[in-house]
Design a protein around this ligand. Structure first.
Ligand code: A2P
Length: 343
């Protein structure tokens, strides 16, 4: 990984900034890094440890000499530039939803389905943040006792909607506390002191695109289209960190203690589950952590073979930037960076 030339597309955004932070923590040398954004940001300076890196405009030639391009600049930018980056010789790891359901594009959480990375055509998709943390908790259980049905409700922070959304929550919160009126731009309604059962666009089936991402991406990554998944995704006035209430039904009995025991052994998962002393996962304390936190594990009362749990992760980190960098590390460690083509 240290020798690879890495481009970050969307370097000035929420996820882009997290990419840069993690690459620094991984000791990627500044000389191997190219930071790209829109023409608006070209020429601005980003501090990378003691180095100053100048942000460049994203153009097709910006990918010359790049081995891995980490994209987080929205679907339109990915759809246009990812094929051009591949043509220039780079392997793209894309955080948008543009390529996720393309059958030729691996969709990967390294802890869940790393083997899917071996064959790719140069584009790899990073999953939706809510699906990543849900499967970090469910895949280890599914390997032991297959999952039959998942009912999930999410409580998603505003950082998932980008830097402007974070600013909107901060601004509106001050305005409401000062008795002023608010003027929503990013969200369709006031987000401060409110909850919106609406993330991404509504589809003909009554679900939102975000909700259907949780259904479709679960099937693709677990390679099991028989699992029944139903999701309700809500935006809550939390700055960062997504929470999920999950009810999961297994084919066989899954005592809560057994699930707790299995999850305690999983790398990347931390069980925080002691209600007697008010220990449970929270978005505030999960922020900045690489782990997915699981708590409130208990037997469901409505159905046999079911448990309930509460799952929290930093959506910008494990839900986006960290997962993409773990994909890059898996490619590098296995000599899979160069595209070998899809079987
Ligand atoms: P810029 O800051 O120059 O607009 P966020 O998800 O936090 O809103 O950030 C979005 C990121 O995507 C920013 O880095 C933004 O750069 C970048 N971006 C937006 N439009 C383009 C574009 N047309 N080409 C390249 N990068 C873009």
């Amino acid at each position: 990984m240290q020798d690879l030339k890495i481009a970050v597309v969307g370097a000035t955004g929420m996820v882009g900034q997290e990419f840069i932070k993690i690459l620094k923590q991984r000791n990627i040398p500044a000389k191997n890094l190219r930071l790209l954004a829109s023409a608006r940001s070209a020429g601005s300076i980003v501090y990378y440890g003691s180095n100053e890196i100048t942000v460049e405009e994203t153009t097709p030639s910006a990918f010359n000499g790049i081995n891995i391009a980490l994209f987080s600049a929205g679907g339109d930018v990915s759809r246009y530039y990812a094929p051009l980056a591949v043509k220039a010789g780079a392997t793209v790891i894309d955080n948008s939803s543009a390529w996720r359901m393309d059958p030729e594009v691996p969709l990967v959480i390294p802890e869940v389905n790393a083997a899917d990375l071996e064959q790719h055509n140069g584009i790899i998709a990073n999953p939706n943040c809510s699906t990543i943390q849900m499967l970090m908790a469910l895949a280890p259980l599914h390997r032991i006792n297959p999952v039959k049905r998942i009912i999930v409700s999410t409580y998603q922070s505003v950082s998932g909607a980008g830097g402007k959304a974070v600013f909107e929550l901060q601004t509106q919160s001050r305005q409401v506390l000062d008795g002023q009126s608010v003027n929503p731009h990013v969200f369709p309604h006031q987000i401060a002191f409110n909850v919106l059962p609406h993330i991404d666009v509504f589809l003909d089936n009554g679900f939102t695109k975000e909700e259907m991402k949780m259904v479709n991406e679960t099937h693709k990554m677990l390679h099991d289209y028989s699992i029944i998944v139903t999701a309700t995704c809500a935006r809550v006035p939390v700055l960062n960190g997504h929470s999920e209430s999950i009810t999961v039904e297994f084919y066989e009995s899954m005592p809560a203690d057994e699930a707790r025991g299995i999850l305690t052994m999983v790398k990347g998962v931390k069980v925080l589950d002691d209600p007697t002393i008010n220990v449970y996962p929270q978005p505030w304390s999960a922020t900045g952590s690489d782990d997915t936190f699981v708590g409130r594990i208990r037997q469901d009362l409505s159905q046999p073979n079911c448990i309930n749990m509460w799952v929290v992760a930093d959506n910008i980190r494990k839900g986006a930037a960290l997962n993409a960098i773990q994909i890059a590390e898996t490619l590098a460690a296995n000599d899979w960076v160069k595209a070998k083509g899809v079987r």
